[in-house]
Every structure is written in structure tokens, then in C-alpha cells.
Design a protein around this ligand. Structure first.
Ligand code: 0L1
Ligand code: MG
Length: 262
């Protein structure tokens, strides 16, 4: 740990203010080049505590940067995790206000809901499939608080993996009804196909992303509780959106998720 608790709390306030005041900032490693991974996650957890302290509820967890398309787009090589709050959630077909966001992008994901706890280290795909209640489609709306999405991995971990909104829809299915590795998605923006991918783009199998989350939490002495909603990471690269854009993500066997940006 390179930063003091006071600095961790200050940086959490700084990044959360950027989110709440819709005002971008420069990446925090510019001012704190020596911060380490623990500092980065400690800042993220401090942001989470600030929101919980205001009475907002945790609605789930997310993995990020789990596909090669995303890693290449962002120039990074390691997946990360973050949290989801109740006020990030939007229903299928929602109108999402861009005036509440800095520079939104969307990505199509496969989400899991657990029915049993998952512990790391040593968690693997088999444990995840056995502990999954159901799977459903979800689209994440990313909104890095960093100017022009320019950041490094530690800065983006502190910024809760750019998480801002998410939309669930389609239909939920049990894992034995699905071929998760080959499950396809087609993303349309304003009626035009802009991206396609399969489940295997997420670490080879989306359940591997949940296993990695359990293992990363295990390193912190934490676990994934039963009943947790988990977004496994974008299957494609993220797609920039602006007011007027209509997004439909069509999933094989899971239906579709749509939203309009206004
Ligand atoms: O959900 C994610 O893949 C996190 C991505 C963080 C970087 C970005 O803002 O694209
Ligand atoms: Mg994501």
C-alpha cells in the first residue's frame, strides 16, 4: 500500500464527484504514480462505502476487460472487477439520459445470478455452473470519469471499471439449457449491425469470468454470496453512443435487450 487512508478517501471523493457532477478528470496515477493495486481497489471500495452510506444499495458485481476485443481497445491485459449499485439499473427498453453521463459507451454482456456462494482461490468453471441459478442478457453503459477515456489499469480500477448504468432484459435461462461458449450476440445501433460476438470471447467461457471474480475476491478474504447478480464483461469492444441512438442487443436463446439514449 503506497497511499495513506486519507489520500484513499480524498481520491474516492474526487472520482465520485466526477461521476455525480458529470465532470471528467485526468487519471489519478498522473498525481500518484506510485499507487499500487491494493490502493486502486481500496479507492473503489471507498467509493462503494460512500454510496452505501447514503442508503444506496449494492445490486451486483461486474467483471471488466474480460474479452480480447476490450483489452485491445483499452491497451490492457488484465481483467478487473467492480460493483453495481441499484441506481445504475434500468429496465429493458429504457430511455437513458446522456445529460447524466460524460461520454457513454455500451457493451453487451452475459450476466449470471448465483444460488450458492462461490469461494476462491481454486474456483473453476465447474463450481460456477453448479452454483448458477440462471443466466440473463445485460448491456452495460460505461462512462469513464477520465477525460477522453484516457486511463491506465490502476486508474480505471479506482474508477469502478467505468460502470455507470446497466440494462437487463430478454429471458433468463438455466445454464444447462445454453451453450454459453458459442452463444452469439448481435448489437444493432439505429438498425444497423455494429458488432457481433460469441460467449467464448469472454475468457474462453463466460463462467470463467465468474470463477476469476471468486478468485480475485478470495485474495481479499471475500467471496461471491448466493443471489449475486454478476456481469461477466463486454463480449465486444465498447460502442460510443449519443442522444438519439437506439441500441438493440440480440442474444441467441436469451432474447434481446434494448435502450434509447435521449
Ligand atoms: O466493463 C468493463 O469492461 C470495464 C471497462 C473499463 C474500461 C472502459 O471504460 O472501457
Ligand atoms: Mg462491462
Amino acid at each position: 500500500m503506497a497511499l495513506t487512508q486519507d489520500v484513499i478517501e480524498q481520491l474516492a471523493e474526487h472520482l465520485e464527484n466526477a461521476e455525480l457532477q458529470i465532470a471528467d478528470v485526468t487519471k489519478i496515477t498522473d498525481d500518484y504514480p506510485d499507487m499500487d493495486w491494493k490502493d486502486a481497489y481500496d479507492i473503489q471500495y471507498a467509493i462503494r462505502r460512500r454510496k452505501l452510506g447514503r442508503g444506496q444499495k449494492l445490486s451486483g458485481l461486474k467483471m471488466g476487460l474480460t474479452s480480447h476485443a476490450k483489452m485491445k481497445q483499452m491497451g490492457v491485459e488484465v481483467p478487473i472487477f467492480g460493483f453495481l449499485m441499484d441506481y445504475f439499473a434500468r429496465p429493458d427498453g429504457a430511455e437513458i439520459k446522456v445529460s447524466e453521463l460524460i461520454h457513454p459507451k455500451i457493451e453487451a454482456e452475459i450476466a449470471f445470478v448465483t444460488k450458492a456462494p462461490l469461494y476462491g482461490p481454486g474456483c473453476h468453471i465447474g463450481n460456477v455452473l453448479a452454483a448458477t441459478d440462471f443466466v440473463l442478457p445485460a448491456v452495460e453503459v460505461l462512462d469513464s470519469r477520465y477525460r477522453d477515456f484516457k486511463f491506465d489499469l490502476k486508474s480505471v480500477v479506482a474508477d469502478n471499471g467505468s460502470s455507470a448504468r446497466y440494462v437487463t432484459g430478454g429471458r433468463s435461462r438455466s445454464v444447462d439449457e445454453l451453450d454459453l461458449k458459442n452463444l452469439g450476440v448481435v448489437i444493432e445501433k439505429n438498425g444497423r449491425v455494429v458488432s457481433t460476438a460469441a460467449g467464448s470471447s469472454v475468457l474462453g467461457h463466460p463462467a470463467a469470468s465468474v470463477a476469476m471474480l471468486a478468485n480475485m475476491l478470495g485474495e481479499r478474504g471475500e467471496h461471491i454470496p448466493a443471489g449475486t447478480f454478476i456481469m461477466t464483461g463486454g463480449m465486444t469492444e465498447a460502442i460510443a453512443v449519443e442522444a438519439g441512438d437506439h441500441i438493440v442487443a440480440r442474444y441467441q436463446d436469451l432474447g434481446q435487450v434494448s435502450m434509447k439514449f435521449i
